[in-house]
Design a protein around this ligand. Structure first.
Ligand code: M6R
Length: 606
C-alpha cells in the first residue's frame, strides 16, 4: 500500500525522503513523488513507476528545501499516472495521503461549485482544496486541518505541509498507521517505523483519530476530540528496523531461509521448552467454556486460519467458523455467547480483517489476534494478542509469517484442547514434541532447494497449474496456488482432492501440471486415488510426499521428497516446498518476486 515520509530537517530533504521511501517499497506502489517548501513556495517532483524514475527527475530538476513530504502511491482513485501521483498541492498547502476518502465525490462537487479546479482524479486532491478553502477563509493552519478532518469520511493517514511555514508539518491518522520519529532538531513522519530507521529509533505511534502538529523542536498530539494528549515515545526494536537482503537475491528467499529460526522463536514463546507444555497468554476468558471459535483473515493468513480450524475441531473438539474477512465483515453472521474470535494478520493493518474484528467486538466476542506487528492497529484493538516472532517480512508473498502463524495457532489449538479436557498430558507431550522437532524438518527441506530448479523450469512453461490436497493439506494446496500465481503470474488453483471429479478434472491434460500434497497420513490412500485419476488422463503429477515411490501406483513427473513428520505438523512443513516451487518458478520467469505487479504488502483499503 502507499507509503508516507515527511521530514523537517536541517539540510535539504528531498534525497533523504526518497531514501526513506525506498524502505517502504516492499508495500507496493506504482508512482512516487516528493514536495518541499522553498523560498518561492511549494515545489514538487513526481514520476510514474518505480522510485528510480523519481530520482532521475530529481537529477534533471533538483529540489531544494529543508522541509518536505514524500509518497509512494498504490493507485485507488485514478490511474497510476504522474498527475495522480502524490503529493497533491495548491499554492498554499501540499498533502500526502494513504487510505481512501469515502465521501470524496460529494466534497469534490462542493469544491468544484466553489470554483476549485481539480487536476487529478484522486480523492486526495479534495483534501488539498478543503484545507486551502479554510486557509483562504482566514483559519490558522491547525484550524484549517481540524475543519477539514471533520469533513472526511473514510480511513486515512495524512502528512501536510504549508507554503508559508517551513517549520510545520501536520499529521493525522484515522484507520491508516502513522509514526512520528524524534531527532535532534529534526522531526520525521512515516507510515511505519521502518521508513524512519536511518534517522531515529525514537518513535511515537499515533492512535486512531489522533492528529499532530510537528515542529523541529516540538511535537503536539491531539486526540479525535481535539484534546491535547501524550503518546509514549518508544524505542523501536533494532530487528524491526533491519531491512537488508544479506546474501540473498530476494527478500522472499531470505525469508524462506529464516523459517527454521523464526519458527523456533515463535514456538519458544508459547512452549515451556523444559516441560514441553504449552503456555499461551491469558486470553481473558475461560478456555474450558469456549463453545465456538470464529476465525477471520485474508489471503495467506486466512489459509493459516483454515489449517487451525482442522486442528481446533479435531484436537479441542470446538466448532470453528471461518471466513475471509472481506465476506465476514458484511455477512452479519450470528455469533455465539462466550465466543472467541481470532484474527490472523502479518501486518496487523489489513482493512477487512480490522473491520471484521470490530464487528465481532461489537457482538460480544473476546478478541485474540495473531500478529507480526505488535504496534499494529489490529493488535491494539484486540483483547489479547499472540504475537508471532517472524521479524519484518518484506517480500509481498508471505512465507515466514505463514509458518509462524501456523506455529502460534497450533499452540492455541493445544491450549484449547487441554482446557477442554480433550488433550491429556501424554498427547500434549506428543504434539509439543512434534512442534519442537519441526524447525529441524523445515531446515532439511530448505537444504534440498537445488532440487527445485529443474522442476521450476518445467513448471514455468505451464499456463495453468492445479494443486490438490486433503484434510490439512487442502489449505496448503490453496496457499500453494496463491503463492505461485501472485509471484509467477501463472494461473493456479488449489482444490480439495476429493472435489476433483466434481468439475476440475475436466481441465486435466498433458499441459496441466498437478501438484499433489500427500503426506503419508490417514488420508494418503484417498489422495493417491485422486492422483491416479489425474495420471489416467495424462496429467503430469508433481507429488509432495514422504511416501516411497512404490506407494504411488502411478507415474509421477517429479517427487518432492519430504521428511516424515507427525501429521499434526505436516501442514507447516509442507508449506516450505510450495514456497520454494513458487519462488524458483518466478525467478526462472524473471518476475519482480519481492514486489509482484498490482500487489501491496499491507492492504489498508477494502
Ligand atoms: O498482513 P496480512 O497478513 O493481514 O495480509 C493478508 C494478505 O493480504 C496476505 O497474506 C497476502 O495474501 C499475501 N500477499 C500472500 O502472500
Amino acid at each position: 500500500m502507499c507509503g508516507i515520509v515527511g521530514i523537517l530537517g536541517k539540510e535539504d530533504v528531498a534525497h533523504d525522503i526518497v531514501d526513506a521511501l525506498r524502505r517502504l517499497e516492499y508495500r507496493g506502489y506504482d508512482s512516487a513523488g516528493v514536495a518541499t517548501i522553498v523560498e518561492r513556495g511549494l515545489q514538487r517532483r513526481r514520476a510514474e513507476g518505480k522510485l528510480r524514475n523519481l530520482e532521475a527527475r530529481l537529477v534533471e530538476v533538483p529540489l531544494g528545501g529543508k522541509a518536505g513530504i514524500g509518497h509512494t502511491r498504490w493507485a485507488t482513485h485514478g490511474k497510476p499516472t504522474e498527475t495522480n501521483a502524490h503529493p497533491h498541492m495548491s499554492a498554499r498547502v501540499s498533502v500526502v495521503h494513504n487510505g481512501i476518502i469515502e465521501n470524496f465525490r460529494e466534497l469534490r462537487d462542493e469544491m468544484v461549485a466553489a470554483g476549485c479546479q481539480f487536476e487529478s482524479e484522486t480523492d486526495t486532491e479534495t483534501i488539498v482544496h478543503l484545507i486551502t478553502h479554510y486557509l483562504d477563509a482566514g483559519k490558522s493552519h491547525l484550524e484549517a486541518v481540524q475543519e477539514t478532518l471533520q469533513r472526511l469520511t473514510g480511513a486515512f493517514a495524512l502528512g501536510i505541509i504549508f507554503a508559508d511555514d517551513d517549520d510545520l508539518m501536520i499529521a493525522a491518522r484515522q484507520g491508516s498507521p502513522l509514526a512520528i520519529g524524534h531527532g535532534t532538531g529534526e522531526v520525521y513522519l512515516g507510515s511505519d517505523a521502518i521508513a524512519l530507521a536511518p534517522f531515529t529509533n525514537k518513535i511515537t505511534y499515533l492512535d486512531e483519530g489522533d492528529y499532530a502538529v510537528l515542529r523541529r523542536e516540538t511535537v503536539e498530539i491531539y486526540d479525535r476530540d481535539g484534546v491535547r494528549v501524550e503518546r509514549p515515545k518508544v524505542q523501536a526494536v533494532a530487528g524491526a528496523l533491519t531491512v537488508d537482503k544479506g546474501n540473498h537475491r530476494h527478500f522472499m528467499h531470505k525469508e524462506i531461509h529464516e523459517q527454521p529460526e523464526v519458527v523456533s522463536h515463535t514456538l519458544a514463546h508459547y512452549i515451556d521448552m523444559s516441560t514441553h507444555q504449552v503456555a499461551i497468554p491469558d486470553l481473558g476468558l475461560d478456555l474450558a467454556k469456549v463453545d465456538r471459535v470464529t476465525i477471520s483473515a485474508c489471503g495467506t493468513a486466512y489459509y493459516a486460519g483454515l489449517v487451525a480450524k482442522y486442528w481446533i475441531e479435531r484436537y479441542a473438539r470446538v466448532p470453528v467458523e471461518i471466513d475471509v474477512a472481506s465476506e465476514m465483515r458484511y455477512r452479519e453472521a450470528p455469533l455465539a455467547d462466550n465466543g472467541l474470535a481470532v484474527f490472523v494478520s502479518q501486518s496487523g493493518e489489513t482493512a477487512d480483517t480490522l473491520a471484521t474484528l470490530r464487528y465481532c467486538k461489537e457482538n460480544g466476542q473476546r478478541i485474540a489476534s495473531i500478529v507480526n506487528v505488535r504496534s499494529s492497529t489490529i493488535a491494539r484493538e484486540s483483547d489479547a494478542i499472540m504475537p508471532i516472532l517472524a521479524g519484518p517480512e518484506i517480500g509481498v508473498a508471505s512465507t515466514k509469517a505463514f509458518t509462524c502463524q501456523l506455529s502460534a495457532l497450533a499452540c492455541l489449538a493445544i491450549a484449547l484442547g487441554k482446557a477442554r479436557g480433550q488433550i491429556d498430558e501424554a498427547l500434549e507431550q506428543e504434539l509439543v514434541g512434534a512442534l519442537t522437532e519441526m524447525p529441524r524438518h523445515i531446515s532439511s527441506v530448505v537444504r534440498t532447494e537445488a532440487d527445485y530448479l529443474p522442476l521450476a523450469t518445467e513448471l514455468s512453461k505451464a499456463r495453468d497449474i492445479l494443486y490438490l490436497g486433503r484434510g490439512m493439506s487442502f489449505p496448503i494446496a490453496m496457499e500453494g496456488a496463491l503463492k505461485l500465481k501472485e509471484i509467477s503470474y501463472i494461473h493456479a488453483e488449489g482444490y480439495a482432492a476429493g472435489e476433483l471429479k466434481h468439475g476440475p478434472i475436466a481441465l486435466i491434460d498433458e499441459k496441466v501440471p498437478v501438484i499433489v500434497i500427500a503426506p503419508k497420513d490417514a488420508l494418503f490412500e484417498k489422495t493417491i486415488s485422486n492422483m491416479q485419476e489425474v495420471a489416467a488422463r495424462g496429467g503430469r503429477i508433481v507429488l509432495v510426499s514422504d511416501a516411497p515411490p512404490e506407494a504411488f501406483g502411478a507415474e509421477v513427473m517429479h517427487q518432492v521428497v519430504m521428511p516424515t513428520v507427525h501429521p499434526f505438523v505436516s501442514p507447516i512443513v509442507s508449506a516450505i516446498p510450495i514456497q520454494l516451487i513458487a519462488y524458483h518458478t518466478a525467478v526462472f520467469m524473471g518476475t519482480d518476486v519481492d514486489q509482484p505487479r498490482n500487489l501491496a504488502k499491507s492492504v489498508t483499503v477494502e
